[in-house]
Design a protein around this ligand. Structure first.
Ligand code: DGP
Length: 218
């Protein structure tokens, strides 16, 4: 049986180095001659993505529930492309995914289970790498930008929800979740990320799981 591509998600707080690390990972995969594609959520280029972009820049206001569903819809509109890429043997690297959806919306006070619901049965990553950095260290990296969630107190809550999500994923057997200390020099972080990804990126034999519907009981 031919192997499928690996589905790798990189998560983290704002300013944790996700863009740098996903770019470094892509070039590493290319050097290893592993076909790979980088996706980023939110994908601000689609019609839904443009609404999200305008919300994040505070150019429009939306009910917390409504924007949460738009973020999820933005993932769903790319779900079949992700499946096709994986089936064709391409490794997919995603800068943010459903875990950001829960972490950011639950941090605003929406119920955790409600936040998870719209993403149930999306393709599940084979590996989620959480680039862990303290909100203080993230802020010290040149400060947060102008967007809605880029405030230290919000990021602190987001980090706590991510911790819960990671523990649950690890306990569920639904793919792997690793925490990587992202406060270090970027080359050191990239080396550790590569250590987690390398074997998976050589190809995955098992079927693609679905988020929170294919949980393996402990
Ligand atoms: P980025 O383009 O990676 O800087 O992400 C934009 C911002 O949107 C960032 O503060 C994290 C937040 N975000 C990303 N995905 C989601 C989501 O699904 N739901 C919510 N509420 N926020 C998200």
């Amino acid at each position: 049986m031919s192997k499928r591509g690996a589905f790798i998600v990189i998560e983290g707080l704002d300013r944790s180095g996700k863009s740098t690390q996903t770019a470094l990972l892509l070039s590493r995969l290319e050097s290893a001659r592993i076909p790979a594609k980088l996706l980023k959520f939110p994908d601000r280029t689609t019609a839904i993505g443009k609404m999200i972009d305008s919300y994040l820049k505070s150019q429009s206001d939306l009910d917390d529930h409504a924007i949460h569903l738009l973020f999820s819809a933005n993932r769903w509109e790319l779900a079949s492309s992700i499946e096709h890429l994986l089936a064709a043997g391409t490794t997919v690297v995603c800068d943010r995914y459903a875990f950001s959806g829960i972490a950011f919306s639950a941090s605003k006070g929406l119920p955790y289970e409600w936040c998870r619901a719209p993403d149930v049965s999306l393709p599940a990553p084979d590996l989620a790498v959480f680039l862990d950095i303290t909100p203080e260290a993230a802020k010290a990296r040149g400060g947060y930008g102008e967007e809605r969630y880029e405030k230290e107190e919000m990021q602190r809550r987001v980090r706590e929800v991510f911790r819960r999500i990671g523990e649950e994923i690890k306990g569920s057997g639904l793919g792997a979740w690793v925490w990587v200390d992202a406060g270090r020099e970027k080359g050191v972080v990239a080396e550790e990320v590569w250590g987690h990804v390398e074997l998976l990126a050589r190809g995955v034999e098992g079927p693609l799981c679905r988020l929170w519907t294919d949980e393996i009981p402990a």
